[in-house]
Design a protein around this ligand. Structure first.
Ligand SMILES: *Cc1c(COP(=O)(O)O)cnc(C)c1O
Length: 393
């Protein structure tokens, strides 16, 4: 993690920036890989969580495929070295241009989210003289018990094909020789910390698979999506997510068809904890009832708190260093905010930190997933760049 001896090196770089701990990334990839290998499962990294070239390179080298949600992500995955036959493509609104990119690349599977989409993929594949492998992304109506903005598997969500559409979907597939159905796909939400959600999902998957088996449909592949959560409250104590627990739930509750290959799509769990947004204290402003700590990192650098009230642990690295990392050092209560002209540019309404000063280096932990990749230039601010642990002096 971030250690006292790292501070002088971090202090050289202009803030704000993302700092990635490659050693933790490697250990996380290894832990996931070992869990997968125990059960013979395979996994595709969800590129939308982090698309930094050095991160993708390591994930690709560790033997993961790619899970994409846009044509440009498919193109990036191919450019980054992921084998096309390990690339899957989901999303409710795939444009013709995006479908053509994926057809030209020869990806493993389109995860189809509606019946009209299957028809369009069929027509575009036929025009290219190809057969598109597809999986049906199913909406299983399972509650992920997570924030409603990152819940995707309830019947009111826009994602996936619901059971009442199955019959018609099969008819369309049977009448479209340029598509080949290879399996089913599920992804019910993100930041899932209650592992029993995966047990519930598996029981639904078993029922849904049976419906297809009863109609003589062959399903060589089954993709259970991503969603495993990370510990935002205690990132340092608990840096590696419980991959073993996730796969074990699936092993216990899923009834795979004979010879069926099981796939996963982890995003957040692989990259969340290895990234930190590093910022500096610009000002301390004494209010009447509160004390503002104003950072030079804002919602344009990391939008999760403003977008879904997410919390990132805040650590004043310089102050911790001054007090010799003594957890009992005197603290003050701060409202920690960013510089952007929006009241939602708020890191934490109330947080106790060691006495802080202008110029202190502050880390916003657990920022490796859905952080840098969602960066934007609102207020004409610069995009925060990436720095890596192997650049430290
Ligand atoms: C976002 C997404 C994922 C990754 O979700 P995490 O919660 O980051 O693991 C996987 N599959 C699909 C289809 C997605 O949209």
């Amino acid at each position: 993690m971030l250690r006292k001896e790292n501070i002088p090196s971090l202090a050289i770089w202009e803030t704000p920036f993302y700092y990635y701990n490659l050693d933790l990334l490697d250990r996380t990839l290894t832990a996931c890989r070992q869990g997968l290998d125990r059960y013979g499962y395979s996994a595709h990294f969800a590129l939308k969580a982090n698309a930094e070239p050095r991160i993708l390179e390591r994930i690709c080298q560790a033997g993961f495929g790619a899970d994409c949600v846009s044509g440009n992500e498919v193109a990036l995955a191919v450019r980054s070295g992921f084998a096309p036959d390990q690339i899957v493509f989901a999303g409710v609104g795939k444009s013709d241009r995006e479908i053509n990119i994926a057809l030209e690349a020869g990806i493993f599977s389109f995860n189809c989210e509606s019946i009209p989409e299957i028809e369009v993929i069929g027509a575009l594949a036929a025009a290219q003289g190809k057969t598109a492998r597809i999986a049906l992304r199913i909406n299983p109506d399972v509650d992920a018990h997570t924030h409603h903005y990152i819940s995707t598997g309830k019947k009111e969500n826009k994602f996936g094909i619901s059971p009442w559409m199955f019959e018609q979907a099969l008819t369309v597939i049977r009448n479209t020789p340029s598509v080949e159905l290879i399996g089913l796909h599920f992804h019910v939400g993100s930041q899932i910390t209650d592992l029993s959600v995966f047990a519930t999902l598996c029981k639904r998957v078993n029922e849904i698979q049976q419906w297809f088996v009863d109609r003589g449909v062959k399903l060589p592949h089954l993709n259970l999506g991503g969603g495993l959560g990370i510990n935002y409250k205690h990132p340092t104590e608990d840096p590696i997510p419980n991959f073993e627990g996730w796969f074990e739930q699936v092993y216990r509750h899923l009834t795979p068809l004979p010879g069926q290959q099981i796939h996963f799509e982890p995003g957040r769990s692989l990259v969340g904890q290895c990234g930190h947004l590093i910022s500096r204290v610009l000002y301390i402003k004494e209010g009447l009832e509160k004390r503002f700590l104003i950072l030079d990192a804002g919602m344009n650098d990391l939008i999760r708190p403003a977008l879904y009230q997410a919390h990132h642990r805040i650590e004043n690295l310089s102050a911790s260093n001054r007090t010799d990392w003594n957890p009992d050092a005197e603290t003050l209560r701060y409202e920690v905010v960013g510089p952007v002209c929006e009241s939602s540019d708020l890191w934490a309404p109330e947080v106790d930190l060691p006495i802080s000063q202008r110029g202190d280096l502050v880390a916003l932990h657990s920022s490796g997933a859905y952080g840098q990749v969602m960066g934007m230039r609102y207020n004409q601010r610069d995009l925060a760049p990436a720095h890596y642990s192997d650049e430290l002096a």
